[in-house]
Design a protein around this ligand. Sequence first.
Ligand code: AMP
Length: 294
Amino acid sequence: MPFIAYFAQTFFLGIVKIFYYKHKLQNWFSADNAKHQTLGFVPTMGALHDGHMSLVEAANKHCDLTIASIFVNPKQFDKPEDLLKYPRTEEQDCDILVRNGCNIAFIPNNDDLYGGNYKNIELDLGHLAHVYEGEKREGHFEGVIQVLYQLFDAIKPTDVFFGQKDYQQCMVVNKILDRYFPSIIMHTIPTHRDKEGLALSSRNKRLSEEGIVKARHFNKALHLAAKNMHEGTEKALKMASEYMLLHGLEVEYLDFANANDLTPSKNWEGIPQKIVAVSAVWLEGVRLIDNFVF
Ligand code: AMP
């Protein structure tokens, strides 16, 4: 935490009001400093980019007040080294939030979210816990549930904004809302990409220039899979996998799923009306995910 924040705890930077502590944020809300009808919330892990800002922009459009959180949640990392390597650019992030008209930044620490009378939140994710990100990243969604519950409970937003880039996460968020926060409105925002289709991601910051060129083939491969679907799911997936390997992308998983409930293609009884091609790949030691709905 910056030195000044240790004493002041909150201060104004441009037009963003920054809070480092839950109780300070809640005091500010309850003192009726924020005379808002609607409060849009954008949870992030920082290292902000234009993809995050498309969520802030949507929140600004829909709500009277926008709050973004920056918290690298240790509970959702299955590998300690991945957590350590996660980019942290707090000062730059605050500048970006100012420039994009975000009203409040909430930057809590681990103890504030998980200390005191924190209790583990239970939620049955059904098959979502066992496919794709649920299967490959042990405990990941468990961690996502914990942090989002704490943040939603502390902030009490009317609306929340999530990126479609994390397709399965959006389904998990819907389950959290259904079970614990039924009045909160969920907004799913399309994936923001560079001009060659690469999904913007904080993890891209760890790629070399050459890596970025390779990563641009990721989404192209998903389009290729969709285009070849008429040849049969297995053949289409094989062709897309080969395309990825050819361009230096190591495939962790690649599949078609029912876009409504993420039923994997091997369990389909017929071809669903809306399909999502989902994938995770490794490149230069960095794990990337993407999807394409068709
Ligand atoms: P993260 O900081 O990676 O946890 O992401 C915070 C939020 O931003 C999540 O809802 C992500 O789905 C969303 N997000 C990340 N990258 C993008 C992108 N390229 N386009 C749209 N939303 C994104």
